[in-house]
Design a protein around this ligand. Structure first.
Ligand code: UDP
Ligand code: MG
Length: 201
């Protein structure tokens, strides 16, 4: 499953679902996924047409499903809610933002790594060229500060990753309420690897 948290994403949903469906078609041909594979959009209490677009997409494409949260819960909670909803139906789940700044063409590689036995596959940006100096400087400071405080975070990795159902089931028992998934996933200590990509505008 691919899980996509969506807050006021009416402007991108058609393009995002089109690109993801194309990729799903290719991956099915290559035998990497099957007819039960799904793209799950999680509407995090959007105020625009996000949910009605998701609803339309689910009717037009069997590959697409939707989850509607009762109110806006924030990115990490929406993502976690989505992952916990799909954990018993999938072999693994990939989380990605709705705007596709993160390159979806590394998803087949993520799945190949999963098939090879990795439980977690991090999507890692290999460049910060599209960022301003200010963004780069503050982002680097953020990673340094987190590591100094003892959080093991993967540098230049955000919330683009594959997680096996086995690890998702471990997370179901986590009682952490201030969710910061990328700091928590390294903590559970399963076999992990990274796949690199360049981030789009
Ligand atoms: N998002 C969400 N709930 C929120 C805010 C954001 O589900 O309250 C989603 C958003 O639709 C996107 C992802 O989380 O798919 C990342 O959000 P955003 O693009 O605002 O974060 P940034 O790219 O600035 O880190
Ligand atoms: Mg974004």
């Amino acid at each position: 499953y691919v899980v996509v948290p969506c807050y006021n994403e009416e402007a991108v949903l058609h393009e995002t679902s089109k690109q993801m469906l194309e990729l799903f078609g290719e991956m099915k041909n290559d035998g990497l996924i099957n007819d039960n594979s799904r793209i799950v959009f999680v509407d995090d209490g959007s105020k625009d047409k996000t949910w009605s677009i998701i609803d339309e997409l689910t009717k037009a494409h069997t590959e697409i499903s939707g989850i509607k949260l009762a109110k806006n819960a924030g990115h990490q909670n929406a993502l976690f809610g989505g992952l916990m909803t799909v954990k018993d139906d999938c072999d693994c789940a990939i989380s990605i933002d709705a705007d596709l700044q993160d390159d979806i063409h590394i998803i087949p590689d993520m799945v190949r790594n999963f098939i090879d036995g990795y439980d977690v596959v991090y999507g890692v940006r290999n460049k910060r060229d599209t960022d301003t100096f200010f963004k780069r400087f503050t982002a680097e400071g953020f990673y340094k500060l987190l590591n100094w405080m003892g959080a093991e975070v993967v540098y230049n990795h955000a919330d683009y990753r594959l997680i096996s159902a086995r690890v998702l089931k471990e997370f179901a028992g986590f009682k952490e309420v201030n969710l910061f998934l990328r700091g928590m996933i390294p903590l559970v200590g399963f076999k992990s690897t990274s796949v690199f990509y360049e981030r789009h505008e």
